[in-house]
Design a protein around this ligand. Structure first.
Ligand code: KG4
Ligand code: ZN
Length: 331
């Protein structure tokens, strides 16, 4: 089954063709990052406009790259949420129109299901598993008993981990998008700053706004004294706290649910500190750890095409009234 998938929830216009949920035939990603970097973050209205300008070009390019025609496609899939509403609507309208014209099924995919199923393109998922989803918009621990069954164990109560990275980056003078650069900087610094371990309790929830505020306050106090923080040391101290709490709660969930498969998904899965710490902890606990290649960590339509195959098998087919949802739970 060839699925043409569209992802436009944030600042990437992406289209992929994926076969049977496991084989990526072609992917095109048009990133708007350079444009948004001028503003220090994603500007929703600009993102929507750029999706409108690019969506048909990206669809054509994905077909051309696969050496296929629209008639070869068996179903159309699209991210319906969560994300920026204007951006989501562009992808949604395109997918709906194609499904209508070619009289093929329209498969709605939750963005986080996509991030999880990115791993299915690397290696077929094994169940039961725990997924740690860490991105610019999400920090979630999810239990999966079988394909396309999601039980949320916990999530962030405030800022997502990637969002906290991007905000801390700004405070310590690192340009947007801050996450990858803070990660790089952290490896050149020393953990000298006394930052709190956030929401260090028995739940599977996370909270990063207190930690972010602690960084802002420390920087502010230093500057008032006419000094400045040492950016590399602050990056290292911040990253150590983030990684420690993510690893602690993830390992606790694996033990409690007696699961020995862990997958990590989302943009922050690219974080070197997190990868190292999870690799060590999983080795010690004999847990099978899967982290996708970098290209599958950040937003792409291949992950949506992979998830869509299993969504379809579960019976998730949308009608013409499918709407975009800025906020929506993974079910
Ligand atoms: O999954 P993604 O591409 O988009 C969302 O769905 O949010 O994730 C983007 C987020 C950004 O906040 C970015 O700063 C963060 O992932 N990120 C990182 C790293 N690479 C990307 N954060 C920490 N360390 C990294 N190496
Ligand atoms: Zn994402």
């Amino acid at each position: 089954m060839y699925i043409l998938a569209i992802e436009s929830s944030c600042d990437e216009t992406s289209v992929s063709i994926v076969k049977d949920g496991v084989e990526e035939i072609s992917t095109v990603i048009l990133s708007q990052m350079d444009t948004h970097a001028n503003y220090g973050g994603v500007v929703p209205e600009i993102a929507s406009r750029m999706h409108v300008e690019n969506i048909t070009i990206v669809i054509d390019e994905a077909l051309k790259k696969a050496n296929m025609k629209m008639e070869d496609i068996d179903a159309f899939a699209v991210t319906y949420g969560p994300g920026l509403i204007g951006s989501l609507l562009v992808g949604l309208m395109a997918a709906k129109t194609l499904a209508f014209i070619y009289n093929k099924p329209l498969i709605p995919v939750h963005h986080i299901a996509g991030h999880i199923y990115a791993n299915n393109l690397v290696k077929r998922l094994e169940f039961p598993l725990i997924a740690l989803v860490v991105s610019g918009g999400h920090t979630e621990l999810i239990y999966m008993k079988e394909d396309y069954s999601f039980e949320k164990l916990g999530g962030t109560l405030d800022d997502a981990v990637g969002e906290a990275y991007d905000k801390v980056a700004r405070v310590i003078g690192v340009p947007y998008p801050g996450g990858p650069l803070v990660d790089k900087l952290a490896h050149t610094g020393v953990d000298t700053y006394d930052l709190p371990l956030p929401l260090n309790d028995d739940s599977y929830n996370f909270s990063f706004s207190g930690l972010k505020s602690a960084v802002i306050n420390l920087a502010h106090n230093e500057r008032q004294r006419g000094k400045d923080i040492i950016a590399a040391n602050m990056a290292c101290s911040f990253q150590n706290r983030v990684v420690e709490i993510l690893v602690k709660k993830t390992m606790k969930a694996l033990k409690f649910y007696n699961v020995d498969n862990l997958i990590v998904a989302g943009g922050v899965a690219a974080n070197k500190g997190l990868r190292q710490a999870l690799t060590e902890a999983c080795k010690k606990a004999s847990v099978n750890l899967i982290i996708p290649e970098m290209k599958y960590c950040t937003d792409n339509a291949a992950m949506i095409g992979a998830a869509a195959y299993y969504a379809y098998k579960r019976g998730d087919i949308a009608g013409p009234y499918l709407n975009a949802k800025a906020v929506t739970l993974l079910k």
